[in-house]
Design a protein around this ligand. Structure first.
Ligand code: SF4
Length: 232
């Protein structure tokens, strides 16, 4: 596992749990609004954490933390994610993964092995706007893989959420109607406000006003059990 970030305590990343977050490096997407650009496009400049360090830290936190979030970058890119999560589970932690959904086979394997307790999957935009929003070439075959991950999670194999970071000029009312229809029957969907970390992949990126996000949420609400704004 290539780990290039560790947040030792978070009350926000894992719903209803006290957790830490491990950040893996590398991603197959280039979302312009990504606030973890050093993990995605500047990995050699970021400090790397040894596995020994991570597990030594986790052992010391066994009675303090409930869970471990594995975020990125894209954690499912890591070849040894299954082994890593197995070690985390052996220590008794609940595991949440954040994923862009482009590795459905790995996602299925981890969920079916009981190595993941909570999945947070990005829905970057409506299918028509997906590649532009994810910063990937239209010719890449990612949409089929993302559709497969969405369909898998809609079968409720594990606790999960879908979430969209809402960006001016990328997200429209029409797009949210299409997203709602796409994820119809989902348990939880969050519209997240954009956070400018100062380390973005793109330029000239702005979030939407809360009032506009509320309008978007109302458009999705008929299709999803629970729709909420996050970070506003
Ligand atoms: S926001 Fe996009 S580019 Fe950044 S880590 Fe997530 S999927 Fe990758």
């Amino acid at each position: 596992m290539n780990v290039q970030g560790l947040q030792k305590l978070t009350l926000l990343d894992y719903p209803e749990k006290v957790a830490c977050t491990v950040f893996t490096s590398g991603c197959n997407f280039r979302c312009p609004f990504c606030h973890n650009a050093p993990l995605v496009i500047g990995t050699e400049e970021v400090e790397t954490y040894s596995e020994e360090y991570i597990f030594s830290f986790l052992k010391k936190r066994q009675r303090i933390l409930d869970g471990v979030c594995v975020s990125g970058g894209e954690p499912l890119l890591q070849n040894d994610i299954e082994r890593f999560l197995g070690k985390v589970k052996e220590l008794g932690f609940a595991v949440k993964i954040d994923t862009n959904g482009s590795f459905p086979q790995t996602l299925k394997k981890l969920v079916r092995s009981g190595l993941v307790d909570y999945v947070a999957m990005d829905i970057k935009n409506s299918p028509k706007q997906y590649c532009r929003t994810a910063g990937i070439d239209e010719s890449w075959a990612y949409m089929e893989q993302i559709q497969e991950s969405v369909a898998f999670l809609l079968e409720h194999p594990v606790v999960y959420e879908f979430r969209t970071t809402v960006i001016q000029g990328y997200h429209t009312r029409e797009a949210f109607k299409e997203i709602g229809q796409w994820i119809q029957g989902a348990e939880r969907y969050f519209l997240q406000s954009f956070f400018d970390s100062g380390e973005l992949i793109g330029e000239g990126i702005n979030g939407c006003e809360k009032a506009e996000m509320q309008v978007f949420a109302e458009i999705v609400r008929p299709y999803v059990q629970k729709v909420e704004l996050r970070g506003v």
